[in-house]
Design a protein around this ligand. Structure first.
Ligand SMILES: [Zn+2]
Length: 351
């Protein structure tokens, strides 16, 4: 059964609405959220003191996030290293995890509606969950992952570029956009756009500045500064153009903020035939889902969004409660600084 975009979105809304009453009953307050985290860690025998003692029961004082070891009497701070370390909106985080655990796709707008938190807080929550999922994939599923080049997802990122004009600089484009920010979707048919992504019609997506920037780039590396000087333009718009050209597979970035032209043949080599049917099925579903529910994604967070979509896509791995376990697992602590995170040109998906 093929779902229309509006159906994908309303099925997701219905799923969220059906999961929430149980969550609200189980976790009526911030304190209940912290209790549930502690209880889950103890049940999973994941709460271990530095002395080696595995907690089999523990009581905490109100508002405390630490428990005392029965052996050595020292305190263990049980949220350290988990998704819930040093945050105030524990319940909203747990709610997002709960919804994703039930197969829903969660957006910052949705978290704002449900928990009354700022959209920026919601975004931070979603990205943090994405980092934990990525960490889990790298530690447990790295060998079962496949690389997909970013241009495969240009359809959902092009939409971002179409709205860039209104925000002047690519970096100031909000992470989530509403339908009204985006021009009507002209290339809705995934299979069509997928089979002919590198044909000449792709350059039709380029604006005047994109073409001018592209004309400056050859097989010899050229720096951003040189391009700016040649075009008598500033780094902002040139940078936005370079990002799009890179996404579309026209150029690649090299050391020292330099760029070289990609030969057409090389772009062709990353066409859909190089990927397994499972990876393609995943990509197709992710694109459909992002189009229906998020409208668009920046390259910066593409890897995190794909990770989060894995929870929704692969319900065999991500059975109910799995993400909750990942979120309280202090051994997964993602080592990347969230704000430095940048999706690679080749993103990985678990298949
Ligand atoms: Zn101890």
């Amino acid at each position: 059964m093929v779902l229309e975009r509006s159906d994908v979105s309303s099925v997701n809304d219905l799923l969220i609405a059906s999961c929430l009453p149980e969550f609200f009953a189980l976790v009526p307050s911030e304190e209940a959220a912290i209790d549930l985290i502690l209880q889950t860690q103890i049940e999973q025998r994941k709460l271990v003191c530095r002395c080696g003692h595995v907690f089999e029961k523990a009581t905490r004082a109100a508002y405390e996030r630490r428990v005392k070891c029965a052996e050595c009497r020292r305190h263990s701070h049980f949220t350290v290293g988990t998704l819930y370390e040093r945050v105030t909106q524990v319940r909203a985080r747990l709610g997002a995890v709960w919804l994703m655990d039930h197969g829903a796709v969660v957006t910052s707008t949705k978290l704002n509606q449900i928990f009354g938190i700022a959209t920026s807080t919601g975004l931070c929550i979603i990205n943090s969950i994405g980092l934990f999922i990525e960490s889990f994939r790298q530690t447990s599923f790295d060998e079962a992952s496949e690389g997909l080049s970013c241009p495969i997802f240009c359809e959902i990122m092009i939409k971002r570029s179409r709205i860039t004009g209104a925000y002047e600089h690519a970096a100031s484009v909000p992470e989530e956009v509403t339908v009204t920010d985006v021009e009507p979707d002209l290339s809705n048919d995934f299979s069509q756009s997928f089979s002919e992504p590198e044909s000449s019609d792709m350059s039709d997506d380029l604006g005047d500045l994109d073409r001018a920037v592209l004309a400056q780039i050859s097989a010899t590396p050229i720096s951003v500064d040189t391009i700016c000087e040649s075009l008598d333009s500033t780094a902002g718009p040139v940078g936005a153009s370079l990002t799009m050209l890179e996404l579309l597979g026209h150029i690649v970035s090299g050391p020292g903020n330099s760029f070289v032209r990609l030969r057409a043949a090389k772009v062709k080599s990353s066409s859909s035939t190089d990927f397994s049917p499972q990876a393609l099925a995943f990509a197709e579903a992710a694109i459909d889902n992002i189009k229906a529910i998020r409208q668009g994604v920046s390259r910066k967070y593409l890897q995190l969004y794909l990770g989060a979509f894995w929870c929704c896509f692969d319900r065999n791995i991500w059975r109910e409660g799995m993400l909750m376990l990942v979120s309280v697992d202090a051994t997964l602590t993602p080592d990347r600084n969230l704000f430095d995170y940048e999706s690679p040109l080749i993103v990985s998906v678990a298949i």
